[in-house]
Design a protein around this ligand. Structure first.
Ligand code: M6R
Length: 608
């Protein structure tokens, strides 16, 4: 949800800022801009701004041949909230005298009333953005001390922000954070600011994650942290263990494809060191499994679907009642939660505002909390009792793939741990699942070898307007996730239903023009799924089935079979979903769409 980058040091800022924006473009890509402070006689004399509607490439073309020599820079890649994507609404926003530049991620909620007051006082607004009020407010309060002006301006503002401000006559960037993420990268004689760690990895791995209500003066020689009243603050320096290469495409045409192919390693790494022997799990959690009577899983999008798999696993293996709630609903619906409830929040980014607020809601009512997260140091990580980290590395593709796999592994481990601790999962049952989990990396490799077959399916059906996805039991969420992936990146309308629910309405949609993708891998409900496939065939539906190789019963009904290897049913979602990720990827790619940056989306949704 908007990416921001700042640099102050000894290099040409433009290179560092553009480099950082390239790595943050997954946060928003409807317009982009850069501001560079120009040094004259040792002091910044003016700020030059270039900004353009469209993706970062458009800005890069506009920068060709421009001599931006300054060593202080700000950059922004936007996901519009207030005002359409246009050159004028793109950030940075500049003051009327050209001395002050501001970039912002978040929403200034009271911008309407502030704009009215400032306009009446003679300020001239150029854009439709909420951010521009910050420029005028800071200008109004500026009396030679930039940090003080930012503080006084922020005192009048309600809303969320990660804000970075530069002035032509200052050699520092002033930053502040409320709700929207911001991290400072520490270098030698240079320092960096960004919304997210991947923007910094090429330069440093020593970072400070700002907390809500933190401000910082970032200069080339040091960083001074304060609260919003100017009182000094101390924050820990974290060492990031991701390397710069993990945020590169590594020869793949798209991040999403690379991330799909990284999944065997993600499963291996997320299991890594947590399985103990043949039957047990060590998760290093403070949680006493006997202190809870139920769990609520809350999350958004793909993470929500991972939660649905988690519900199935935890109820089956640990006999603990679980509800799964869409975070944006849960936070507003006066939920019944007490101190014997475990709230499990699931998030790749750890920054999704709905998930963070749902967590706060549950904790405020006394719940214990556990987060399943990918990004270390994220906002959710700071507000939760226990954390289970995925070992997925940075996920750059806007459509989530490898993080979903990591989340599923985390739920498998959690369900095993709870089942063992609560005495509901015996040695034999645990051994079967542990064995199956250890073989998942190999089974995913196997599924990936079927890419050519999946690409053929994509080619055949890429021009269809609608798709239906069906699954049952623990693979109903697989169908939901398959449909979401197809919608997100190919813009084909796709719906997912529990296969048994189809006859209660959606069956009316079936005709000879709509592909139906059915997850038909063997399991407890195999025969029932077969009946559902027959129902589709009887209505001339086009049937694409995910089935085990050699499954003639499914083969007899399906137009096309995508083979997926056999495994324990409780582990099968980890293998099956990979085929559906590839189907979405191959379809979008054949339609010539921008797989990594689908229209209208942003990777982490940090506004409501
Ligand atoms: O970072 P999070 O896991 O909290 O993000 C939640 C959703 O916004 C995210 O999964 C979204 O649905 C993705 N675009 C899915 O591909």
């Amino acid at each position: 949800m908007c990416g921001i980058v700042g640099y102050v040091g000894h290099r040409r800022a433009v290179g560092v800022v553009i480099d950082g924006l390239e790595r943050l473009e997954y946060r928003g890509y409807d317009s982009a801009g850069i501001a560079v402070g120009h040094v004259a006689d040792g002091a910044p004399a003016r700020i030059e701004i270039v900004k353009r509607a469209g993706k970062l490439e458009v800005l890069k073309i506009a920068l060709e041949g421009r001599m931006l020599e300054g060593t202080i820079g700000l950059g922004h890649t936007r996901w519009a909230t207030h005002g359409e994507p246009s050159d004028i609404n793109a950030h940075p926003h500049l003051s009327e005298d050209g001395q002050l530049a501001v970039i912002h991620n978040g929403i200034i909620e009271n911008y309407g009333e502030l704009k009215e007051r400032l306009s009446a006082a003679g300020h001239v607004f150029l854009s439709e953005t909420d951010t521009e009020v910050m420029v005028h407010l800071i200008e109004e309060h500026y009396r030679g001390d930039l940090a003080a002006a930012v503080r006084e301006a922020l005192a009048q503002v309600t809303g969320s922000y990660a804000l970075a401000v530069a002035r032509a006559d200052h050699e520092v960037i002033v930053v502040a954070r409320a709700t929207s993420p911001m991290v400072i990268g520490l270098g030698e004689g240079e320092n960096f600011v960004a919304s997210d760690v991947p923007a910094l990895l090429a330069y440093t791995r020593r970072v400070i994650f700002l907390h809500d209500g933190d401000m910082a003066l970032v200069g080339s020689d040091g960083v001074t942290l304060t609260d919003l009243h100017g009182a000094p603050l101390a924050r820990d320096i974290s060492e990031i263990d991701w390397d710069a290469e993990s945020a590169e495409k590594d020869g793949y045409p798209h991040y999403m494809l690379k991330e799909i192919f990284e999944q065997p390693a993600v499963v291996y790494n997320t299991l890594g060191g947590r399985l103990v022997g043949e039957t047990d799990v060590n998760l290093d959690l403070a949680l006493d499994p006997h202190s809870i009577d139920r769990a609520i899983v809350t999350a958004a999008g793909t993470a929500f679907y991972a939660g649905l798999v988690g519900e199935y696993l935890i109820e089956k293996l640990a006999r603990l009642p679980v509800e799964v709630e869409i975070a944006s609903e849960f936070r507003y619906r006066d939920p019944v939660v007490d101190e014997r409830t475990l709230c499990i929040v699931v998030s790749q980014s750890g920054e999704t505002i709905d998930s963070l607020e749902a967590l706060r809601e549950a904790r405020g009512r006394g719940a214990r909390s556990l987060a399943i997260l990918n990004v270390k140091g994220s906002s959710i990580s700071r507000e939760v009792d226990d954390i289970l980290y995925l070992q997925a590395g940075p996920e750059i593709g806007v459509a989530s793939s490898k993080a979903y796999l990591g989340m599923l592994v985390a739920f498998e481990l959690l369900a095993l741990w709870l089942g063992r601790a609560r005495g509901t999962l015996g040695d034999d049952g645990a051994r079967e699942i542990v064995r199956a989990l250890r073989s998942v990396p190999r089974l995913i490799e196997d599924t990936l070898t079927h890419r050519p077959c999946i690409a053929e399916v994509a080619e055949t059906f890429k021009d269809k307007d609608h798709y239906l996805f069906l699954g049952r039991g623990i693979n109903f969420p697989t169908a939901l996730e398959g449909a979401l992936k197809l919608k997100e990146i190919s813009y084909i309308h796709a719906e997912a239903y529990a296969a048994g629910e189809m006859k209660h309405g959606p069956i009316a949609l079936i005709d000879d023009d709509m592909p139906v993708v059915a997850v038909a891998t063997q399991g407890e409900l195999y025969l029932k799924t077969l009946s559902n496939l027959r129902e589709v065939r009887a209505r001339n539906g086009i049937l694409i089935a995910l089935a085990h190789p050699g499954d003639d019963m499914v083969g007899a009904h399906a137009d096309v079979v995508i083979p997926v290897p056999e495994t324990h049913e409780l582990v099968s979602p980890l293998v099956n979903v990979v085929a559906l990720q590839l189907l979405a990827y191959e379809t979008a790619n054949r339609l010539g769409l921008d797989v990594d940056r689908p229209r209208n989306l942003a990777k982490s949704v940090t506004v409501e």
